[in-house]
Design a protein around this ligand. Sequence first.
Ligand SMILES: *[C@@H]1O[C@H](CO)[C@@H](O)[C@H](O)[C@H]1NC(C)=O
Ligand SMILES: *[C@@H]1O[C@H](CO)[C@@H](O)[C@H](O)[C@H]1NC(C)=O
Ligand SMILES: *[C@@H]1O[C@H](CO)[C@@H](O)[C@H](O)[C@H]1NC(C)=O
Length: 526
Amino acid sequence: MGVRPLLLSTLLWAASTTAVTESTPYANHIFNSIHSSMRQWGSSLQHNGMSFFLATVPAGTQFYHGTSIAEAVNGTEWLAFEPEHAMVFARPHHPPPSTGSEDDKKDLRRRDLETEGEELEAGWLHTYNAAKDLRLLYVDGMAAGKTSNGTLDLEDRILFRDSLPDGAMMGERERANMFCRMAREEWDDRLDGLLRMEAGFEVILCDFARDLHEVRVTQTKPSTPFAGPGGGKKKGGGPGDGGLWFKAIAARYDGIGGNRVILNYDNFVSAYTYGLDLFHSANETFTLPRLKQFSAQELDPIKEGLSELVLKHEAKEALFNWQTITDMVVERYAREIRYLASGQASTVEQLHAEIDLALGPFIDYGDRDGQQEVDRCSMQFIPGGHLGDGIAATAVHSVTRSICSTMVEAWQETDYKTAIGLFQDLMEYLSWTTWKQCSGCGDHEICVVPIWPMGTVEDYNKPQCRDASHPSSEGQRYWGGGPGGPGGPGGPGGPRPPSSSLSSGWIQGLISFLRSFFGAALGMHF
Ligand SMILES: *[C@@H]1O[C@H](CO)[C@@H](O)[C@H](O)[C@H]1NC(C)=O
Ligand SMILES: *[C@@H]1O[C@H](CO)[C@@H](O)[C@H](O)[C@H]1NC(C)=O
Ligand SMILES: *[C@@H]1O[C@H](CO)[C@@H](O)[C@H](O)[C@H]1NC(C)=O
């Protein structure tokens, strides 16, 4: 099949050859933040969240809280959206090994009974529902992952302004108290809690008694594998039980579902828009964005942006759900672009024919105008009247422009290798997490990706279907620690994390807890 000669203006040529490099700074990352928000899959891969969103959770939404006590909680505590997630904490309280300092004790997450030697025999699962529409601040990425790899950068540096005690990477109780104090004292009570993701989405809710109705409190199975380590409890239980937890997480890969969380995409704060280089320090290059390289002063504008967002906006004001637009773009182009980059269309003619089909709807064959063709193509998914100058609109449009310009440029390119290369560059630029999704997992398999504290470097680079009962693989631990043993953050040889002074006793305790928990349930290695 012959290829129609192209009548492209020199203007278009100039514009299109620089499509990717001249797009709005970080447009690809902002696009991906919107696309991955409230999704376990993309947020696990792009785990260093750089954006704050206002979120609302409708009244009546069910939540779960796992603990060692049966009485309803009054005050600030954690809530999970999925009961399987809360079950991890519905177990008798056994203080982990600690160095005994006050800070260590304060760091014990989700434990109501402090080290008084009390060991209740039962675990309890509390079920609540929201008594009103909850107003939350959502930190994207895997912001509840207690790692030194950047998952905490945005909250610890911007939200908490470096004021967590030194080395308090695990200082969850402090984060909770600090957040609720800020909400009350600085933000006129305009927020009810903080929403983040780890292995599941969770909320730190400031006032349980005010904002929740208790549905029921049930005692959990004493020998459940969720019961945690030690304490004379029989470990084990069927591996299938643990597998269920992973299945429950994987069920939310593509979204929390049920409209349980509605984000404001019209107004949000993203570190990507403050003119900072998030991928380099003086002597390092990061594969995922970091904030550790900046002075507190350099980050002040983002802090101001956050305060302004909270004080002047509400989750409910949003008119438009930009995530649905990113979905249309990704679903339309993800396979197309990967196909074009793959070399499966093996001649330049085949490649051009494929592009011809994709661009056809945007061409007026009676009046060829390359620039207009790119414009029309890049506006396809953008609703009329919505292309304002908001962050989302600008980023989404910039990304669709990169896609359409690349198509036009490749269409004009007569060298096969160069044309394929354009799509390969585009894929690298877009970095869509959907390209890493497994295909064809069985009913009892999940597509395994590192979710703190689990996973290997290989799981990150090439996620694969694995049996839900045995999702772990051998290899280098993604979050640190080599094969065959826990290294813990800041292990020998590695760069020291900012929190390297953190008590290694506590870390070891946590790791041994997790190892015991996952090890018993799943045969995982830490
Ligand atoms: C919760 O605690 C507050 C403050 O101590 C108290 O005023 C309130 O009555 C308590 N609410 C419930 C439901 O126990
Ligand atoms: C980079 O420089 C900082 C500050 O001078 C230093 O603390 C750090 O160890 C260096 N990192 C590497 C990887 O060289
Ligand atoms: C995460 O941090 C740990 C500790 O510094 C390090 O060993 C590990 O390689 C890091 N992982 C990634 C993916 O950067």
